[in-house]
Write a protein that binds this ligand. Structure first.
Ligand code: KIV
Length: 265
């Protein structure tokens, strides 16, 4: 566990920052200890994303995810992480102004012992981000498609006005002090420009290979969550493997092949 503001935590953060323009930053989501344990070794950042609302709870939007849900999952994830930076999403309506944001960020940091929080938005959250950072809470930004407020999930940055706004907001977040920015479904050229124009790393999801790092929802890439969107690559079909193990168990129980003597007391 990295202690807030500790030397170890600062060195993990510095290592991530230094990867910009050198090597890619690996970020994946975890909602529980078991997955966190597996991915920790291979990640720079483990994100407890509020995507758990749709992935685990079948919510139509992340708006329904509460602070308590995020805290309980984060406590579990914390137990599985030894070396990665652990970032927790602040859920919808928990940072509508600076004082609300600070109160809730402090609660998340204190109870879950995470290393940083992630907030969605640009201009609207500028003061909140500054307040958190002033209070020694590291913040990750999130621009492009913002699931907590999105009306649709169309890619962002194709229109000239959108391009200008997102680039401006990326610079604003950098100025506020975020250590990195997630770019979700941001058009390729814009993602490339933002990555070139800011000094902190960008982490892309559906935002091209020009970002400094990539993030995916782990359940999507292992095929545990059945989702078909352009930016997800399914690296494994774990559902098939789980099904096969369950069927083997069922058949062995029915045929009285399990449990054997070695499984019995
Ligand atoms: O909630 C989440 O998992 C996220 C990532 C997809 C970036 O915000």
């Amino acid at each position: 566990m990295l202690e807030l503001g500790s030397l170890k935590m600062k060195s993990v953060l510095n290592k991530i920052l230094k990867k910009k323009n050198k090597s890619k930053i690996i970020c994946l989501t975890a909602y529980s200890k078991n997955i966190a344990q597996i991915i920790d070794k291979h990640c720079d950042i483990v994100l407890v994303g509020d995507s758990l609302g749709s992935v685990l709870y079948n919510y139509k939007s992340t708006k329904k995810v509460t602070l308590d849900i995020m805290i309980e999952h984060s406590k579990s994830v914390r137990m599985g992480i030894k070396k990665s930076l652990m970032v927790v999403d602040m859920p919808y309506n928990t940072y509508r102004n600076s004082s609300e944001g600070l109160k809730n960020a402090k609660k998340i940091m204190r109870i879950t012992k995470c290393d940083a929080v992630k907030l969605e938005g640009g201009t609207k959250i500028f003061n909140t981000v500054k307040t958190l950072i002033k209070n020694k809470i590291p913040v990750m930004g999130h621009l492009g498609v913002l699931p907590q407020s999105a009306k649709n999930f169309k890619s962002k940055g194709k229109k000239k006005s959108e391009k200008k706004k997102i680039l401006k907001e990326a610079k604003l977040l950098e100025q506020a002090g975020v250590f990195s920015i997630v770019l979700e479904c941001v058009e390729t050229q814009l993602a490339k420009n933002i990555t070139r124009e800011i000094k902190i790393p960008t982490i892309g999801i559906g935002a091209s290979l020009y970002c400094d790092g990539q993030v995916l929802v782990t359940d999507d890439l292992i095929g545990l969550n059945q989702i078909k969107v352009r930016f997800v690559k399914k690296y494994e079909n774990i559902t098939k493997k789980i099904r096969s193990a369950i069927i083997n168990f069922k058949n062995e129980v029915k045929k009285k092949k399990f449990p054997q003597k070695k499984h019995s007391y």
